[in-house]
Design a protein around this ligand. Structure first.
Ligand code: APR
Ligand code: PHB
Length: 392
């Protein structure tokens, strides 16, 4: 079967769904092709800190209502090191900017519900998606569904299919990859208990390793501890996790950690990755398809959102103004912001974790930098302005 659309979007993660929503608002037709089932996409658990730019974009896309109502605004973050907690007044240091705690799971649900409510086409369980003729004027995407072959003819293809997707793989000979892998993982636990620190995300550096206190709501907490990459989730009973978390925090905060049964527990590796460029004729990459950051600093979802902002703007300029300017500059504009977030996430990861191969010198430098950071207004401001998100 052959269908036609203006923009074929591969992947129904946050990037693909948000792009579809913004294009719909501008009167542009899309079809989304997703490999997984809708339930699988809805159930994924990931980070949950939104920059103001991301919240504004959700509003612009018509899906900002629940995040504004239920998202929890944070004015500060805290750093724990040497057994002491240090607040960083992000709001004050950035002239009034904040971040919002709102789970990616909730955001995905809002976007899926909106798309479904509008009756826009999304094909779940689309198998063997492949992209063709994107160097010519009339690209197409092929896939198989329930054993039947389909072709989508389109003007543009948006590769929003994540790190393991087909879009980047299709152009792998034309890409330069930049990568750094880190010698540890994050063990994350989700639990229906009130957060120990409801007003600020806490990043902890201790001689036992990194820890993070975050939240999804006033009754649901998200915590992480740095762990060896070869650890298995089964090695970590709930009790072991809670004990370890407390040992990595300052005594005051450790005393506030309320424990309960985990409702999700997983280990994720940490990686920095960028693929350049992000445009190949009429095929564009956006979000995790083009770049990955380690979760320290929560930039992954926010970067995906700004890629989509640039890309939707480029398509709108093409159709509305008959201008190729946005399309021609997409890759360059997106990469400029991406590399700043890559730098920040890499820096914060280096600052807050124990590296197995760090010698005494590296350790002392890390301690000195943390001390400098919390006592220098200039250094705290640099952290704060990156944390809330750099200007577009
Ligand atoms: N065909 C169709 N769909 C695919 C294919 C394929 N060959 N490969 C992957 N997909 C789908 C995945 O199943 C997934 O639903 O593409 C989607 C990509 O979604 P994400 O991985 O969430 O990537 P993205 O939308 O760019 O979101 C970035 O989400 O993963 C987090 O940390 C990341 O916060 C960041 C944000
Ligand atoms: C999360 O809430 O999952 C989270 C928060 C901050 C981070 C990373 C993850 O830097």
């Amino acid at each position: 079967m052959t269908t036609r659309t203006q923009v074929a979007i591969i992947g129904a993660g946050p990037s693909g769904l948000l792009l579809g929503q913004l294009l719909h608002k501008a009167g542009i037709d899309t079809v989304i092709l997703e490999r997984q089932t809708a339930d699988y996409v809805r159930g994924r658990i990931r980070a949950g800190i939104l920059e103001q730019v991301t919240v504004d974009l959700l509003k612009e896309a018509g899906v900002g209502e629940r995040v504004q109502r239920e998202g929890i605004v944070h004015h500060s973050i805290e750093l724990v090191f040497a057994g002491t907690r240090h607040p960083i007044d992000v709001h004050g240091l950035t002239g009034g900017k904040v971040v919002t705690a709102y789970g990616q799971t909730e955001l995905t649900r809002d976007l899926m519900d909106a798309r479904q409510g509008l009756g826009l086409p999304t094909v779940y369980e689309a198998a063997d998606v492949s992209v063709h003729d994107f160097d010519a004027d009339k690209p197409m995407v092929r896939y198989r569904k329930d054993g039947v072959e389909h072709t989508v003819q389109c003007d543009f293809v948006a590769g929003c299919d994540g790190f393991h997707g087909v879009s980047r793989a299709t152009v792998k000979d034309r890409i330069t990859e930049f990568e750094r892998v880190y010698p540890f993982g994050w063990l994350g636990v989700l639990a229906d208990v009130p957060p120990a620190s409801p007003h600020a995300i806490v990043y902890g550096n201790s001689d036992r390793g990194f820890s993070l206190c975050s939240m999804r709501s006033l009754t649901r907490s998200r915590y992480y501890v740095q762990c060896p990459l070869d650890d298995k989730v089964e090695d970590w009973s709930d009790k072991r996790f809670w004990d370890e978390l407390r040992l990595r925090l300052d005594p005051g905060l450790a005393g506030k950690v309320i424990t309960g049964p985990s409702i999700e527990k997983s280990i994720a590796p940490l990686r920095s990755f960028v693929a350049e460029p992000m445009r190949f004729g009429r095929l564009f990459l956006a979000g995790d398809a083009a770049h990955i950051v380690p979760p320290t600093g929560a930039k992954g979802l926010n970067l995906a959102a700004t890629d989509v902002k640039y890309l939707s703007g480029a398509f709108i300029e093409h159709y509305r103004d008959r201008s190729a300017a946005g399309i021609d500059t997409y890759s360059q504009r997106a990469l400029r912001r991406i590399w700043k977030a890559e730098r920040f996430s890499w820096w914060l990861t280096n600052l807050m974790h124990r590296f197995p191969d760090t010698q005494g010198f590296g350790q002392r430098v890390q301690e000195a930098e943390l001390d400098y950071l919390v006592h220098s207004r200039a250094a705290s401001t640099a952290l704060a302005e990156n944390y809330v998100g750099l200007p577009l």
